[in-house]
Design a protein around this ligand. Structure first.
Ligand code: LLP
Length: 406
């Protein structure tokens, strides 16, 4: 992000603040809608995984440039509809959809409900409302990524085991309200190698050959999970190999394909801008204490992953110091980086940018330690726009009441 824009933003808003660059999101999306689509012979539908960033302006920007969304709760579905995303561009996944969620989704006649269990299918069937559905299968593949974001093993809670599919088919066949579109799958997130995808496509191709009479597959939803480099030495996802794997394994499939990218569209478009409160030197370490905490950006405390951190303004010389960058929250897990090199001349009041924070940053944040939900800014056409005001603690505390229930 151009530093003049950051200085302008800092003048008008308190840190910590998320800042996103609209052009990056649009470039990433255009890559999928034009380049990737041109490598794949089937029709390709893009459904942004809204959980990566649920801000209304981001959802609207993405919808304006040709994608729908994938949601995982009644709340996300509501947000998507509020953002003006047509119901026919919405996919609803999740292992714990409530009856209220399913009722909402069927009333709105959304494009696809990805059903994740026999139990959910039974509940959906009992509503006697028209529903377009895909069966999300559990392919039992290792996505070769972080354990906490692996979703396609038989030990994971997601999707329907292949052995249970005959039962699912018989429920669908007996119910005229259930419109079977095909299969969905999502094996995890931040997946670097194309090999687990290829393995999954093989399983899907195999399923297509074994369909019971009377059922046809119009759609395959291949999920998301595409790797994004968080550091300069990491290689970007090999989209060409991904497209090739689709063409090799699913060559005989002539229906439509869906992908659900979350991180890929927004991660690199965002930074978390934070101010240095103190530079605390102990006998062992130098701690740079910043005003952003683990409640604002959970990824490091939750997964132990570090984002690249850079000074948000030019620094003098090349001399560096070895530091830990930590937040003000009262937990030792409240850190953003350990033992990294930052410029030697950093001082109290300077700003740091925690990079690649556009995905699963704001959407995963909380008010832990009674800290506000922080503001979000979108730089669009070189101008900064406030797209979410900070939500202060005094606002949140107005919901804390003492009222007899019975
Ligand atoms: N589709 C489904 C059904 C999903 O559950 C997810 C992400 C996606 C698509 C999008 O995956 P992506 O393209 O963004 O990798 N909080 C974690 C990531 C959790 C991902 C959850 N599901 C993180 O910060 O790394």
């Amino acid at each position: 992000m151009e530093s003049f824009q950051l200085t302008q933003v800092i003048k008008h808003i308190e840190t910590p603040v998320y800042i996103y660059r609209a052009d990056t999101i649009v470039e990433n999306l255009t890559f999928l809608t034009t380049t990737l689509s041109s490598w794949i012979k089937q029709k390709l539908l893009i459904r942004f995984a809204a959980k990566a960033n649920t801000n209304r302006s981001i959802l609207q920007l993405i919808a304006k440039h040709g994608a729908g969304v994938e949601v995982v709760s009644g709340g996300e579905l509501w947000r998507a509809l509020q953002a003006g995303i047509p119901a026919q561009d919405i996919v609803f996944s999740g292992v714990g959809k409530t009856e209220k969620d399913l009722d909402f989704a069927t009333t709105e006649q959304i494009d696809q409900i990805s059903v994740e269990s026999i139990e959910e299918l039974t509940l959906l069937a009992s509503l006697s409302k028209n529903a377009n559905l895909c069966l999300r299968i559990c392919p039992n593949v290792m996505a070769l990524t972080h354990d906490k974001i692996t979703t396609g093993r038989s030990s994971d809670k997601f999707g329907i085991a292949l052995e249970q599919l005959p039962e699912a088919f018989s429920i669908i066949k007996d119910n005229p309200h259930l419109n079977f579109l095909g299969f969905a799958v999502h094996i995890g997130s931040q997946i670097q190698s194309v090999q687990p995808y290829q393995q999954t496509f093989k399983i899907l191709a195999d399923l297509l050959k074994k369909l019971p009479d009377g059922l046809t597959v119009k759609r395959l939803d291949l999920g998301g999970g595409f790797f994004v480099p968080y550091h300069p030495h990491e290689k970007p996802f090999d989209w060409q190999a991904y497209a090739q794997a689709i063409q090799e394994e699913l060559a005989d499939f002539h229906g439509e394909l869906v992908i659900e990218p979350g991180r890929f569209l927004v991660a690199q478009a965002g930074i978390l801008l934070t101010k240095i409160l103190y530079i605390k030197k102990t006998t062992e370490k130098t701690f740079i204490i910043v005003d952003a905490g683990m409640n604002d950006m959970m990824r490091t405390s939750l997964y132990g992953v570090q984002h690249q951190i850079v000074a948000a303004h030019p620094t003098q010389g090349h001399k560096t110091q070895r530091v830990d960058v930590v937040g003000p929250v009262c937990e030792s897990s409240d850190y953003f980086a350990k033992d990294i090199e930052l410029p030697f001349d950093l001082k109290q009041g300077d700003y740091l940018a925690i990079t690649c924070a556009g995905a699963y940053g704001s959407s995963l944040s909380s008010t832990y330690n009674s800290r506000p939900l922080i503001a979000e800014v979108l730089i669009d056409n070189k101008k900064p726009y406030l797209i979410r005001e900070s939500i202060p603690v005094d606002h949140l505390s107005t919901f804390e009441i003492y009222k007899a229930l019975i």
